[in-house]
Every structure is written in structure tokens, then in C-alpha cells.
Design a protein around this ligand. Structure first.
Ligand SMILES: Nc1ncnc2c1ncn2[C@@H]1O[C@H](COP(=O)(O)OP(=O)(O)OP(=O)(O)O)[C@@H](O)[C@H]1O
Length: 226
């Protein structure tokens, strides 16, 4: 049994368009321990989102392996990948993607219901997560009635809803002003540590990246310590 929450081994991805080959990932190796929060940095177009998509089992690499809690994923069929994604992975994006017709509480209940959780337990967990993130007074609000920082906190609670072992975050504070971004990141980091969830966080913000456990830089399609 491995204690690695997420491993990438020699992961490669090439995009082909007409005559052109773009080797975006050229052998990426990475290991994230449980509870470790790692910043993924690199210039625009370096391949950060591509790497997160592969680590999140949303796309398949051309070569190499993605392992979640030591389990190789290459041979899983679509339903196996979906199940693993639902139960073991969580996602946070730059834009919250909350469902506008649902309240904050319902947005955090929903993924649990989809994963098969009963209504009572799902509601209790959603309430607890939102309260931990300082949103006790906002449970019944729809996203349009929340501030940008509050919306992003709900999206964080939603990502943690099914108790994932790994969170993949693509510019999770990229849409917020500096001060709000800093507060939301504090909430995110505290949450990841309390719940011992490994997080890989793509960001352009070096100040915020420095507050994570370590930084990895994508350079020429490979990861280097930064
Ligand atoms: N589906 C695709 N088809 C062709 N090229 C793609 C595809 N997805 C990404 N690319 C290219 O791969 C490269 C890496 O893109 P990616 O979005 O992973 O970079 P990034 O580091 O996340 O950039 P940013 O910081 O701007 O979000 C870019 O040159 C992009 O144009």
C-alpha cells in the first residue's frame, strides 16, 4: 500500500493539429502525499491545465501512468474512471460553476447525492463544510446573492463534499481581487490540512504559491522543483 495520494509516472501528452505536433507534457513525474498542498506554476501555455485534466482522469495521457492512492488508472473503463473521480477526486476552477437555481447548501448536497449518499447525511455534511468555511449565514442563498469570495468558498465546500483524497484546482482564486484571493486561499489551505486532502493547485500568483507546502514548475514539458 502506498501513502501517495496522487502519482504521475512519465506522463506524456501531445496535441496534433494538421501537420503540427505540440508536445505539451514530455515525461511528467510527480508524487503527492496525503494532505500535501503543492503549487503548480509555469507560464501561460506551459501545460498546467492539461496536467490537471490528466491527473483528474478527465483525459487520458498518450503514455505514462496516473495512480490515485496507488491504484493505476490506465486500464479502467469509463464507468470505473467516473466512479473513482466521484469518490476520490475533487475539482475547483477559476469560475465557480455553481448551479444558479440551487442554494449554497443544495450545491454542496448535490454531488453527494449523485455519489449515492442519503439526503439526511448529505445535508448534514454540506452544512458542516459550509459552516467550517464561514458560510453559516449563507446556506440558503443562491450563487447570485453571494460575493465572489463566498461563491468560491461554496465551490471549495462542493469539491470536498465527497471526502476526496485529491483536489485538483485550476486558478482557484484567479477571479478574485488580491485581498479576497488571500482569504479564500487561507480557507482552502486550512481545509486541505484539516481534511488531510492532497491538493495540486495551478496558479500564476507566486505570492500565493509560496504559501503552499512546495512549488513545482512546468518547464519544457517536465516538472522541476521551484
Ligand atoms: N485540446 C487541445 N488541442 C490542441 N492544443 C491544446 C489543447 N489543449 C491545450 N492545448 C495547447 O496546449 C498548450 C498547453 O495548454 P494549457 O491550457 O495546459 O496551458 P496552461 O499552462 O494551463 O496555460 P494558462 O496558464 O494560460 O491557463 C497550449 O499551447 C494550448 O494551446
Amino acid at each position: 500500500m502506498t501513502n501517495m495520494a496522487l502519482e504521475l509516472r512519465d506522463v506524456r501528452r501531445t496535441f496534433r493539429q494538421a501537420e503540427q505536433h505540440l508536445d505539451v507534457l514530455r515525461g511528467v513525474d510527480m508524487s503527492l502525499r496525503a494532505g500535501e498542498v503543492v503549487a503548480l506554476i509555469g507560464p501561460s501555455g506551459a501545460g498546467k491545465s492539461t496536467l490537471l485534466q490528466l491527473a483528474g482522469l478527465l483525459e487520458k495521457p498518450d503514455a505514462g501512468e496516473v495512480l490515485i492512492e496507488g491504484m493505476p488508472t490506465a486500464r479502467l473503463d469509463d464507468s470505473g474512471r467516473t466512479r473513482l473521480r466521484r469518490h476520490s477526486l475533487g475539482f475547483v476552477y477559476q469560475f465557480h460553476h455553481l448551479l444558479p437555481e440551487f442554494t449554497a447548501l443544495e450545491n454542496v448536497v448535490l454531488p453527494q447525492r449523485i455519489a449515492g449518499q442519503g439526503r439526511g447525511a448529505a445535508t448534514a455534511r454540506a452544512r458542516q463544510l459550509l459552516e467550517e468555511l464561514g458560510l453559516a449565514a449563507r446556506l440558503g442563498h443562491r450563487p447570485s446573492r453571494l460575493s465572489g469570495g463566498e461563491q468560491q468558498r461554496v465551490a471549495i465546500a462542493r469539491a470536498f463534499a465527497n471526502g476526496p483524497r485529491v483536489i485538483l484546482a485550476d486558478e482557484p482564486t484567479g477571479n478574485l481581487d488580491e485581498r479576497t484571493a488571500s482569504h479564500v486561499l487561507d480557507a482552502f489551505l486550512g481545509f486541505a490540512r484539516d481534511h488531510r486532502t492532497a491538493c495540486l493547485v495551478a496558479t500564476h500568483n507566486i505570492e500565493l504559491a509560496r504559501r503552499m507546502d512546495r512549488m513545482l514548475r512546468l518547464h519544457d514539458g517536465q516538472l522541476v522543483a521551484a
